[in-house]
Design a protein. Sequence first.
Length: 284
Amino acid sequence: MLIASSSKGDDSHNEPISKVMWYKVPGKKKLYHVLSVGLDGKMLVWKLDKDKNRLKLSKGYVLLAQHMPKSVKIKSSKRNPEMGVTSLDFSCVDEETFYIGSESGGMFRCSVNSQVSAGDSTSSISLVDPVKLTFLPHCGPVYSVNSSPYHRNLFLSCSSDSTLRVHSILQTQPVMVIEPASGYLYTVRWSPTKPLVFAVTTQDGRALIYDLKKSQTTPAHVLEASPSKQAVYVMEFNQKQRKFMATGDAVGVIKVWQLNDEITTESAAERDILNSLADTSGQD
């Protein structure tokens, strides 16, 4: 049964929507709105109005091309062109901070509390420029960003430029760059159980699990996630039954994996190692 929907027009997206998620309203323990992210550069927050069967726009952000380094050329005829947003994730420890990746490769730390006007808008509400810090851009669309559940300053990104990066919010340069040589990289996720473990899906049909305690360059485990070596677009760790992970590929094959204790049980000193990694960063 359909409960509510948005309508077409000035208060909606005018290009494909790349992500929707339930957005926890800061300071409200049980209040969630819907957040939609689009290739028009808009990030729109919607209130659910069950009585009228609609979604009502309550707040909006837009990503402006002015935040990209001048060395990166963006095709647009607008005075303040927007950049398509391809990925978004909220900080695991700060509900007011979120990270976004763009179609042009740009990566940004943002705040839900920004008051900076994004300029003229046909929307019924004033759209806000949320960007607080610009990171070194990827050389292609950023398909996934993911905040560390173990350290407030760290997050991951992956891109069509075939690189996986570990970032600190304290500097614009990545803390670590990994190149799996597997083509486009589509989804990256931190393990919910081990501070130094994360996984990424690849264009050549695999899911690569890295353990930084063992190696910063070679995956600890390689899962053949697509029987026909199709691109693996999505992957998620199970947040409740934490030995399980699911993958999905380009031809519709879904696989559920049971991970061994080596991947799911935290060992001594892992958090210290992660803290040391974060501490190698500093203000630019």
